[in-house]
Design a protein around this ligand. Structure first.
Ligand SMILES: Nc1ncnc2c1ncn2[C@@H]1O[C@H](COP(=O)(O)OP(=O)(O)OP(=O)(O)O)[C@@H](O)[C@H]1O
Length: 574
């Protein structure tokens, strides 16, 4: 099985006894009480939303999980004020508000308490339960059953507004923090609107046409895998053809008869473009196009490819949706230009991490000081598993070696440069609860749903505010608490204020002196996190991973032998 599939949602089976608190958390949310409460919830579900999903205190009198300081209360009040204005945000980049009509500006109180900012003409009413979708939008019973089967009992903030908006056939630009369930927000409407699999009578009657009807584009293969996994959960019980587009599947779809039976394709931009250009895939029947991690897909690296994909989707009924946790103003302009009569949704504060993640910034002088700093950090009590980000694959491998050589237990490394076998071995260890520290790179930063990840350490400084938000967003998911530590060196100093502002805005504290630092210019910010770093994290060390692993195995072997010898001697009759 593909390694990333295993690691991502639905894949990894963590050692339940070791992750008992998390297991309990989810048992609470999916317990029988919520099933029994459903009829009541239809009338008013604000109070029935489990606290672990109550990211923005939807439930009346709901308490956030982190302790609220006096300072936070003031900050919250400020945020509420911003939302009342229909502004939704306070981010540096968000200077483009107000170009769409805000029909809700300054209106209903409940919307403010949800901290959802909606802009666009005639947006639909939010849902408070998934059950409402059955009456309002004829959500198929099987789909509803699959939600429950997979533990999705109550809609999160983005789902409460994103799902009805998409079900009303509107184009959408949605910004909601990491780990708040954006994937389900767009997949549920797709499955519902498609009616049934292409092969079924139902779909034929609805004039489904021939050929793929929905496409989800994601920036990395790993994320596409994960979205595909989520599709499989929702498609249980019906013969949906959901294809994870790869070289192999693309060649299978070379035949038109096979291709015509496909319902949904999940792909990276490059893979799609290759098939469109060689004429083995037509997108004229596509009714739903979703860009997940939209800001990444619309940045300069992918923009041209995305424009080509959009142009290939020629169906007059095409609905487009863009989802991300971050959407800088410049990219948002591009996104809005691609949408027709869009509804813009912002949950929480734009370009701000969840308050559930306790963040800190730690000074480590220079690159050489990072390793001892991390080693010191790991001598204190910490909550495994921890995800550590480095700026490159060689540095990730090198750091994993160094930690192992220094006697840190259960260290692993995962990046796209590893072989499939190596990645699978890492995942197997992760599944058994043997991996406590996972070293990775930026490629794993976006979208990946690492269940139960407790802490994130930015060993190398992030390259942008967006990179910071997505990296630390691997923890604190689905209502869990998380912790994020970011190392900064003298070289990172000029960019510190930019990240410190984000940390402060999301409710963690930063020293005053950081906020007094000069703000880097836009030009300067492009250099953030791009300091030239050596490929190895300890230049003094010449020994490679093989030696490190050998040493670890020798130590383990000798411990095993010693244990065996002592148990044999105690078994001996005296
Ligand atoms: N309604 C729900 N009830 C319970 N759990 C949910 C619900 N919706 C989503 N989840 C869970 O929350 C986690 C995060 O969801 P998802 O990966 O879609 O977040 P996201 O907002 O796309 O994050 P990112 O910005 O990092 O991509 C997943 O494990 C998912 O199964």
């Amino acid at each position: 099985m593909e390694a990333f599939q295993l690691l991502s949602r639905g894949g990894v089976r963590f050692d339940k006894s070791r992750f008992k608190p998390d297991v309990e958390l989810f048992q609470q949310s999916s317990g029988s009480s919520s099933r029994q409460a459903a009829p009541m919830a239809k009338v008013e579900n604000r109070q029935s939303l489990p606290t672990e999903l109550d990211f923005f205190k939807y439930a009346e009198g709901g308490q956030g999980k982190r302790k609220t300081s006096r300072k936070d209360v003031g900050r919250d009040a400020k945020r509420m004020k911003v939302d009342t204005d229909g502004d939704g945000v306070g981010s540096e980049d968000d200077d483009e508000e107000g170009h769409l009509e805000n029909v809700y500006a300054g209106s209903s109180a409940p919307r403010q308490s949800h901290r959802i900012s909606i802009k666009g003409i005639n947006p639909p009413k939010e849902i408070t339960t998934f059950e409402e979708l059955k009456d309002r939008y004829s959500l198929p019973a099987q789909l509803y059953a699959n939600l429950e089967k997979n533990g999705y009992y109550h809609p999160t903030g983005i789902q409460s507004i994103g799902v009805p908006t998409l079900l009303e056939s509107r184009d959408v630009a949605a910004i909601s923090p990491t780990g708040t369930g954006k994937t389900l927000s767009y997949l549920l409407p797709i499955f519902s609107k498609l009616g049934g699999p292409q092969s079924s009578r139902q779909a034929q009657d609805s004039g489904a046409g021939k050929g793929v009807r929905a496409i989800v584009v994601a920036p990395t293969r790993e994320l596409a895998h994960q979205i595909h996994n989520e599709c499989l959960k929702l498609s249980q019980g019906r013969k949906w053809r959901v294809i994870l587009f790869s070289k192999a599947t693309a060649s299978t779809l070379g035949e038109k008869v096979v291709r015509d039976k496909v319902d949904i394709i999940i792909s990276t931009p490059l893979r799609l473009i290759a098939s469109i250009q060689e004429g083995s895939l037509e997108l004229g029947n596509v009714r739903h196009l979703v860009l997940d991690e939209a800001d990444r897909l619309l940045d300069t690296e992918f923009l041209e490819q995305m424009q080509e994909i959009v142009a290939a989707c020629t169906n007059p009924y095409l609905q487009k949706a863009m989802f991300s946790a971050t959407l800088p103003a410049g990219v948002e302009r591009v996104a809005m230009g691609m949408l027709q009569d869009p509804v813009r949704l912002v949950v929480g504060l734009k370009d701000t991490p969840l308050p559930l993640i306790a963040q800190s910034l730690t000074y480590v002088a220079d690159d050489a000081s990072k390793l001892p700093s991390l080693l010191t950090y790991l001598t204190q009590p910490y909550n495994p598993p921890i995800l550590v980000f480095t700026s490159s694959q060689p540095r990730a491998s090198s750091l994993a070696e160094e930690l192992t050589m220094s006697g840190i237990r259960n260290v692993d490394c995962l990046h796209a440069g590893m072989t499939k076998k190596e990645r699978e071995d890492t995942i197997t260890r992760m599944r058994k609860g043997e991996t406590w520290i996972l070293i990775s790179t930026e490629v794993m930063a976006r979208g990946m749903d690492f269940k139960g990840m407790r802490e994130v350490v930015n060993y190398d400084f992030p390259t942008s505010v967006q990179s910071y938000i997505h990296r630390i967003g691997r923890t604190g998911r689905a209502g869990r608490e998380g912790k994020a530590v970011t190392f900064f060196t003298d070289e990172d100093g000029p960019f510190l204020k930019t990240i410190a502002n984000v940390v402060l805005q999301s409710g963690s504290s930063v020293p005053d002196w950081m906020l007094k630092l000069p703000k880097p210019s836009k030009m300067k910010r492009r250099q953030m996190g791009k300091a030239k770093r050596p490929e190895t994290v300890n230049s003094a060390r010449k020994v490679g991973r093989r030696e490190a692993v050998k040493k670890r195995d020798m130590i383990l072997g000798s411990k095993r032998r010693a244990n065996k010898a002592s148990s044999t001697s105690t078994d001996q009759p005296s």
